[in-house]
Write a protein that binds this ligand. Structure first.
Ligand code: CA
Ligand code: CA
Length: 440
């Protein structure tokens, strides 16, 4: 009986193979997937056969072909269940299967184990499978499948180590490369080791970058960056400003959202200058409305637009400015009503060559930045406790009498006439006494 079945299956296979030659192969196809793309001489590779796009089948055959000087068959196994008959003839590399009824056999259908001979030639070799699928008497179109596998040495012959993936070191960062050894016969990678090239540490630095300017009470900070690796390579503290040093400084003020405030830029310890050009930068959220130069004589001018950074330039061709301490300019800022409440910086910068005496000698000055603390405030809440009541009148009175300076300055100009004086007390007093008065 078994012999009859074998003959029958062989017949199916042969008939099918004949018909496959003329079949249209636009439909189903076979894919061969080796367990490894390369196999060493003497080692086994499993080739999985999968079917896609096929209609239902009742029987099928697979005829494998490969270079017999390279491979010998170890085994073959159908991966399908429910078959009436399954067969694999290792000597002929042929497999056959039959079902009792039409069956969907798409998916992994067969696994072929091949052993590379010890004498197999090194290089690429092809394995093909020719299908013969039938649904009863009807042939099922299916393309021939194939795959290639690389045969590698059983024992490698190491070549000289080569360097790959070379990354140069620089002053700040290590470099690296892979030291790789390949087999001189089959080209297989035998070993790969990543080596580190230490950073040279020879940085290229430019000038100091100021992180924080010093003030009379707080030290500043500066650093140098390497122009090659971008690392910060030096950091130094800048000492506090000598109180006797010639300096130009910006006031720090407080103001409420939407309100205006005057900020002075003053010259201190002036040894005698006849020209000074300042570049004033200020944070977003501030609007510079007006610049009024101080009583410093000579000629003064700003850049045409007062947007940040604004230039404030002055010279006196008749002689040096005599005043030791004076206001250089007063800047009127408005804190934008929709800005965030925070400290807004007002910074000054200058080129030393633009601060000179009447003989064009540079005069060394330092600069101290200032700014405006933009505050939320409640109109009339002088003591900043969230309520508006007689405590605020008392606090404003004490403020104007020089007894305290603990006020929310943003709230002090109650009648918003630009000055803080007894009129503000009167306005607040009337407001708290039920008068129909608006306060700010
Ligand atoms: Ca209050
Ligand atoms: Ca006022």
């Amino acid at each position: 009986m078994k012999k009859i079945i074998s003959v029958l299956l062989a017949l199916i296979l042969v008939c099918s193979l004949v018909s496959v030659v003329s079949a249209d192969t636009s439909g189903a196809r076979l894919d061969l997937t080796p367990s490894s793309v390369s196999v060493a001489q003497g080692s086994v590779v499993t080739v999985t056969v999968s079917l896609t796009g096929a209609e239902v089948a009742k029987s099928g055959g697979l005829q494998f072909a490969y270079d017999s000087s390279v491979f010998e068959t170890v085994s073959g196994e159908w991966k399908l269940t429910g078959a009436m008959l399954k067969d694999f003839n290792a000597s002929k590399s042929a497999a056959a299967i039959a079902f009792g009824s039409a069956t969907d056999i798409n998916g992994d259908i067969f696994a072929l184990k091949l052993k590379a001979r010890d004498t197999a030639a090194i290089g690429s070799t092809t394995i093909t499978v020719t299908p013969a699928l039938k649904n009863g008497s009807k042939d099922i179109d299916c393309a021939v499948g194939s795959t290639t596998v690389a045969i590698k040495c059983k024992t490698h012959t190491a070549g000289a180590a080569v360097k790959e993936n070379f990354v140069n070191a620089n002053c700040g960062f290590d470099g690296s490369y892979d030291e790789v050894v390949y087999c001189t016969v089959c080209g297989d990678e035998i070993s790969r080791e990543t080596k580190t090239i230490p950073a040279t540490g020879k940085h290229v630095t430019g000038g100091w970058v100021i992180d924080k300017k010093p003030t009379l009470t707080e030290t500043g900070l500066k650093h140098k960056v390497c122009s090659v690796c971008g690392k910060t390579v030096m950091t130094e503290t800048i000492p506090v400003v000598d109180p006797n040093a010639p300096r130009v400084e910006v006031e720090s003020k407080r103001v409420g959202l939407g309100r205006s405030v005057d900020v002075n830029i003053s010259i201190k310890n002036n040894p005698g200058i006849a020209a000074m050009k300042l570049l004033v930068s200020y944070d977003e959220g501030l609007t510079l409305d007006k610049v009024t130069f101080g009583d410093i004589g000579g000629q003064s001018i700003t850049s045409p637009k007062l947007t940040s950074p604004v230039i404030l330039n002055w010279f006196n061709g008749d002689g040096n400015l005599a005043a030791t301490n004076t206001v250089y300019a007063t800047l009127t800022f408005t804190a934008d009503a929709d800005t965030v409440t925070e400290f807004k910086n007002i910074a000054i910068d200058f080129d030393p060559e633009d601060v000179v005496d009447i003989n064009e000698n540079e005069v060394e000055f330092v600069s101290i930045d200032g700014g405006i603390d933009v505050l939320k405030y409640i109109p009339g809440d002088i003591n900043d406790d969230g309520k508006v009541n007689n405590k605020d009148i008392i606090r404003l009175f004490h403020y104007l009498s020089g007894i305290t300076d603990e006020v929310n300055e943003a709230a002090t100009d109650v009648n918003i006439d630009g000055a803080v004086n007894n009129k503000d007390i009167t306005t607040l007093f009337k407001y708290l006494s039920g008068w129909d008065i608006k306060i700010y």
